[in-house]
Write a protein that binds this ligand. Structure first.
Ligand code: NI
Length: 176
């Protein structure tokens, strides 16, 4: 298990590189993502949140919808999307902060599994929201980017406190 990088770190704002080879390091990254997500009781986690700039995410909404199994997605891409709804969202890089984020209600995502095999997942509602949130992380996009200036203003104190944690991460783990 690795610590989750908090808001304020530059690593959360970088575009992530596609995975070109599913080697033992990528497999171990996937296991670490699952472990850290579970320990934090999250519904998803993206590689940059562990300080790794690779296009890898995990999603597990089985507490909310037990019929949907946890999955890992390597190089995920949204290939179709429709509908739109605003829903309350949080992020493990922003403990205890939530805000309204517009997302597509249905998405189709293509990705590679841990064996390197291509697969597609059709998701709707909360599942679709979780996938969109995690895939955003791979492009350095965070849920607060969708909030109104007023909402962000209301969060300002908490964001400033988090930012110090994130900046400390950068001092300990400088980007190459
Ligand atoms: Ni997040």
């Amino acid at each position: 298990m690795r610590p989750i990088v908090k808001y304020g770190s530059q690593v959360l704002r970088q575009p992530c590189a596609p995975v070109t080879q599913i080697d033992p390091a990528i497999k171990s990254l996937v296991f670490d993502l699952f472990d850290s997500m579970k320990a934090a009781e999250g519904v998803g986690l993206a590689a940059p949140q562990l300080g790794v700039l690779k296009r890898v995410v995990v999603v597990d909404i089985s507490r909310q919808q037990p019929e949907i199994l946890p999955i890992s997605l390597i190089n995920p891409r949204i290939v179709a999307a429709q509908g739109r709804e605003v829903g309350e969202e949080g992020c493990l890089s922003f403990p205890d902060l939530y805000g309204p984020v517009p997302r597509h209600t249905q998405v189709r995502v293509e990705a590679l599994d841990i064996q390197g095999k291509q697969f597609a997942v059709a998701a709707e509602g909360f599942y679709a929201r979780a996938l969109q949130h995690e895939i955003d992380h791979l492009d350095g996009k965070l849920f607060i980017d969708y909030l109104s200036p007023l909402k962000r203003q209301l969060m300002r104190g908490r964001l400033m406190a988090l930012k110090q944690e994130g900046e400390q991460w950068d001092r300990d783990h400088p980007l190459p």
